[in-house]
Design a protein around this ligand. Sequence first.
Ligand code: CA
Length: 395
Amino acid sequence: MASYQPNQSNLTSWVPVPPDHPFSIQNLPFGIFAPKPGDPRPGVAIGDHILDLAELNIWEGDSLNGLMARPPQVWSDLRARVSWLLNSENPELRDTSGRALHRAEDVELLLPAAIGDYVDFYSSLEHATNVGSMFRDPANPLLPNWRWLPIGYHGKSGTVSVSGTPVKRPKGQLTGDNQSAVYAPCRRLDIELETGFFLGSSGDIFGLVLLNDWSARDIQRWEYQPLGPFLAKSFLTSISPWVVTLDALTPFRVDGPEQQPAPLPHLQTAEPRNYDIHLEVWLQPASAPSATCIARTNFRHMYWSMRQQVQHLTSNGAPVRAGDLCGSGTISGPTRDSFGSLLELAWNGTKPITLDTGETRAFLEDGDTITLRGWCQGVGYRVGFGDVTGTVVPA
Ligand code: CA
């Protein structure tokens, strides 16, 4: 086993996995699922199936926190062991999998971890530039601190929910230009395309999910000064159910953009510090027969890396705990069709986008379904995340 390499592109599994499927044998993401009927337990996704780690006495528990609390070598060894069990050259489980293999459509997917602290960053240069141009000064969109540290805030872990959770339109204080407010349903409901990463107790990164930071722009506009986002972002954050390990993403490491000024010594990291992850946002109105892809971008554009975010998060001596979750911040690319929020895509409501049905959107309507999708493209296989979806329901 010592020489077994679970990232090799020529590995195949006895479980069928089409080349464009997100859950190849090179991926093996961890999650928590419940058979119907059955108690929550850890599993690994492979194609359209889930390997039951509890049934095999490999790992147990109703969250991944226990695994995240172990040293990274345990994570790597466990993934290598599962890879060998699923390898088409290994008959050990192939001919006797029985109760250890579930069809994904037969189970309920649950939140992968009991999330302790949740931090959301603001680390895309393109996103911060767009927002600064809209609301401050197009000639000077970044605040002076932005290139010195990864800006972030502590969010509400209790409303981080698994993909599929309905998005109830929040109510809150809204204001016009006359500095008086009303309490009403949000009229500027938005998405934020992000990745999230789970931490181990050592401060090492266990793995990544896709994350949609649902945002009420009109509530945010009134409440955010001087302490930052509060109720505009605390009503719901959706994540994809499968945690793609950092080990599985290793073959897709790429250099990040040049950082000027050079980060202070405690925020410096070796290149390659970023990951080549294709990302897409799809919007489907309730009446539409299919969804429209409204944005395509890539995680590789991020200015501040995950490692730098962790180094900043702990630079004051604050500890981290297994199961803490960090959001990347909205991921926007350099072009108009690569922005990670409707705020940017429709430029603060001034340039509504047109869907395949001919309908337009500046912000989300009731009945709209948003799906985030992401994957790394290998040679003949994908390391993907699966979808994170949510449908907007009335306030
Ligand atoms: Ca965010």
